[in-house]
Design a protein around this ligand. Structure first.
Ligand code: NAD
Length: 372
């Protein structure tokens, strides 16, 4: 199969859909990869490495390709260059890309959205949300450690004792657990809160101390959290206030699938934090867990500085791309045959769940409903 690796068009996107190692794996499986020159440059993978791995540089990759791979959804002008029956694989937030979905369906192009890979055991190796959340969680811990004007670990020295930093992590999914583990490795004392029942044990397993609030847990479908009612949100904010006030660093990573990020911390609570306190809001781009956080900026609220995340996995483009590329290689393996091209088997829940458009139709139900 001919696979076109696209150069990302969004200036802020530093990642790449396939790294040279992934190209070598695809070549070994009988595929050919056509590279847009410079595709890996922002993640420090040069054309020479891709060529060595078996890729070919081509300016007409999209016209020739059976499959176009990218991190962000391909631009409309790139989709216009694809032939009928070709496919795309990328993140594709369909609800925010309805024009693109129409264009894909209208052009007879199949599209597979990485964020739609079901969270089931068999799909773990294709789970790009998890791989990118892991990188993002690590980055949040490093940002907190870097910005905090004190040291994370306990130091008992002849010149006196430096107490360890107190970190509070809200949201202990993939990103939050990685943030806890990283802060612990740096020597901070970490407390964490999540609404899922299983979270307390998961927090303990990475060295954190679960915060127990007298509130019902919110377990939703597929191991995810449910949305809070306004009353529960208010109560949670109130109960968390003393924990927020006591923290040197607060890291927030909470999300609810298909919804805006829940607001967990009010500006009033941030104003009660100590001088020099740091807040890292991973969810800033999707509405923010912290009132007043701004994606890509550090804002001052009271005595604290609040760092708003913006394409956080892309701040470590090498490892983020490496993991993402392996997710993509695994998904390609599921939907293709090196010789025969596509063999998308829609009886397979991973294939069916990930496909947005196919054969001129919008297959993804929620997106179809939005288009009607
Ligand atoms: P996510 O990004 O949707 O949410 C992050 C965390 O925020 C979750 O732990 C959620 O419970 C928490 N949260 C939501 N509302 C909150 C609130 N009001 N206060 C505090 N925390 C709140 O979730 P995720 O990290 O992608 O994964 C969540 C779960 O799914 C985890 O249990 C994880 O182990 C599981 N998971 C399973 C698979 C799989 O089986 N393939 C893959 C990935 C994740």
């Amino acid at each position: 199969m001919l696979i076109s690796l696209l150069r990302e068009r969004a200036p802020e996107e530093t990642r790449v859909g396939l790294v040279p190692d992934a190209v070598a794996k695809l070549a070994a499986a009988g595929h050919r990869v056509l590279l847009e020159s410079g595709a890996g440059a922002r993640s420090d993978f040069g054309d020479a490495e891709y060529l060595q791995a078996g890729a070919e540089i081509a300016t007409d990759g999209p016209e020739r390709a059976d499959l176009a791979v990218s991190v962000r959804p391909p631009a409309g002008e790139t989709v216009a260059r694809l032939r009928r029956g070709a496919a795309t694989m990328s993140f594709l937030p369909a609800a925010q890309s309805l024009d693109l979905v129409r264009q894909l369906a209208g052009g007879g192009i199949a599209s597979f959205a990485l964020e739609l890979v079901p969270r089931i055991s068999r799909a773990q190796s294709m789970d790009a949300l998890s791989s990118q959340a892991l990188v993002a969680g690590y980055r949040c811990a490093i940002v907190a450690a870097d910005l905090l004007p004190r040291m994370f670990p306990l130091n008992m020295t002849a010149a006196g004792t430096l107490q360890p930093a107190q970190v509070l992590v809200l949201g202990a999914g993939v990103a939050g657990l990685q943030a806890i583990a990283t802060c612990r490795r740096l020597g901070a004392v970490v407390q964490a809160y999540d609404v899922r029942t299983a979270a307390a044990e998961e927090i303990r397993s990475v060295g954190g101390k679960p915060v127990e609030l007298k509130l019902e847990t919110l377990d939703g479908a597929g191991g995810y959290a449910r949305e809070m009612t306004a009353e529960r949100a208010r109560r949670q904010q109130e109960l968390l206030m003393p924990y927020v006030a006591a923290a040197d660093a607060l890291i927030t990573t909470a999300a609810v699938p298909g919804r805006q990020a829940p607001q967990l911390v009010t500006a009033q609570a941030v104003r009660q934090m100590k001088a020099g306190a740091i807040v890292v809001d991973l969810a800033a781009e999707s509405g923010g867990n912290v009132e007043g956080s701004v994606p890509g900026e550090i804002v001052r609220i009271g005595q604290a500085r609040v760092w708003g995340g913006r394409n956080v996995p892309g701040q470590l483009p090498g490892p983020a791309s490496r993991l993402l590329a392996q997710n993509i290689v695994n998904l390609i393996g599921l939907i293709t045959d090196a010789e025969a091209g596509f063999h998308a088997d829609f009886a397979d829940e991973i294939v069916a769940g990930t496909c947005v458009t196919y054969g001129g139709q919008v297959r993804h139900e929620a997106t179809r409903a939005l288009l009607q």
